[in-house]
Design a protein around this ligand. Structure first.
Ligand code: SAH
Length: 411
């Protein structure tokens, strides 16, 4: 059944309005009662026969008590919960959630910060909208849908974003071809959903300028989560020879040069990322001491001399996509950290990260301990590092704390 529903002269076409039912096994309601937003398929006892990927479902416990509403997925996570109340998932719902996300960013001083006009506007579970990412690039909002259910609501979500940003949204681009396949019932292709932008998208982060490769780049085009860590690096970079390993488009490289680094070398395996890195350096500095290298970091680290660098950034992609990959991922992290620690100059600073959700802070700490012991160098921890404040995670969803790292002083 198709229901047309009008609000502020905009018509939304919701595929279904009557939620389908699922019932959990005895005791499997505990995590839902603790407000965790995921229900695993093994917890489901019964479900309506006609539930399809992306349908809105109402979740009940074995005593037939309502627990939550969410989107069904044919996956190990069977339901991503949107609400613990029995409410309509309509324009008013999205408008309230997105207005709350905007209010949180305003609390952080974003939207009125002259030095930074790039931030994460919606951070999935961290903003109580699982599977929805929205990044704000000076008025261009890039959306990434990670579930079919969320994608079906894109029209209402776009309207709510425009409404909540009151005039500050210039265009909206959907970047979900890598997160949702196109199929017969929907087209997730990358394209503008509201207005268009012909010109390059250039933003300011901490006063540094960056070209955003939203159309062809990784994720939504830029790794905004490192904003505060880049600011920290800028503070410590003066006169240091910096190696930015896994540089992508040079976020840390530009920050280092802004902080008067003696030299910066950016290394990434992606030729396109390095090309944009070079454009970003040129956007900020007429003259500079920057070198870029297209290479595999693991191999590149074997070629650097001892004492060649006195600041090293290691920001690899997620080595573990699943819990079962953690052991191998930790070996990978240990290998690159060991090499960096062996070769960094005395008094060197190491910024080292993992963005794997399944690798815990404890795992990462143990890994750094082993790498330091194998490298036979003394390490002092200056501080722990995490994602920027515009990437909040919910207290009920610890998995949301995916980015972890250390700034370490190598003796
Ligand atoms: N620090 C970056 C983000 C890094 S994302 C920033 O602040 O923007 C991880 C990067 O690692 C991606 O650009 C990816 O192309 C690159 N990468 C993945 N595997 C690699 C490898 N083996 N060697 C070098 N780069 C790699």
């Amino acid at each position: 059944m198709t229901i047309l529903w009008a609000k502020s002269s905009v018509i939304f076409d919701f595929m279904t309005t009557k939620p389908k039912h699922i019932v959990l096994k005895p005791d499997k309601d505990k995590s839902v009662l603790r407000l965790h937003p995921w229900i695993f398929s093994g917890a489901v006892a019964k479900r309506d026969n006609d539930i399809a990927e992306g349908d809105t479902v109402s979740v009940f416990n074995d005593r037939n008590e309502f627990l939550a509403k969410g989107f069904w997925q044919n996956d190990s996570i069977a339901v991503k919960i949107l609400s613990f109340k029995d409410e309509e998932i309509d324009f008013d719902f999205w408008n309230a959630r997105i207005a709350a996300a905007v209010a949180y960013r305003k609390t952080l001083g974003l939207l009125s910060d002259d030095a930074t006009n790039v931030f994460r506007l919606i951070n999935g579970e961290g903003d109580f909208m699982p599977s929805l990412i929205a990044d704000f690039y000076d008025g261009l909002v890039v959306l990434q849908f990670h579930s079919v259910g969320m994608f079906r609501h894109k029209d209402a979500i776009c309207e709510a974003i425009k409404n909540s940003l009151s005039g500050k949204c210039r265009a909206i681009f959907n970047k979900s071809s890598s997160t949702l396949p196109n199929n017969n019932s929907y087209r997730a292709e990358d394209k503008f959903l509201f207005e268009t932008m012909d010109e390059d998208c250039v933003v300011l982060e901490n006063g540094n300028r960056f070209l955003i490769d939203y159309n062809q780049g990784q994720k939504t085009g830029f790794f905004i989560d490192q904003k505060q860590n880049r600011m920290l690096l800028q503070r410590y970079a003066a006169n240091r020879r910096v190696l930015n390993a896994f540089s992508y488009t040079g976020g840390f490289s530009v920050a280092a040069l802004s902080g008067n680094a003696a030299s910066v070398t950016s290394v990434d395996v992606s030729k396109r990322a390095i090309e944009i890195c070079e454009r970003n350096i040129a956007l900020n500095f007429a003259t500079n001491n920057h070198t870029s290298v297209v290479a595999d970091v693991t191999e590149y680290l074997n070629t650097i001399g001892k004492d060649e660098f006195d600041m090293i950034v290691l920001d690899p992609p997620a080595f573990a996509k699943h819990r079962r990959d953690v052991k191998n991922a930790l070996k990978g992290y240990r290998q690159i950290n060991r090499k960096a620690i062996e070769r960094i100059a005395g008094g060197g600073l190491l910024f080292t990260f993992s963005c794997s959700q399944s690798v815990s802070m404890d795992d990462f700490t143990t890994m750094l301990f082993s790498a330091s012991a194998l490298a036979k160098r003394n390490i002092r921890i200056i501080t722990r590092l995490q994602a920027a404040t515009d990437h909040p995670h919910s207290i009920f969803h610890p998995e949301g704390e995916y980015l972890k790292g250390y700034l370490a002083y190598v003796e």
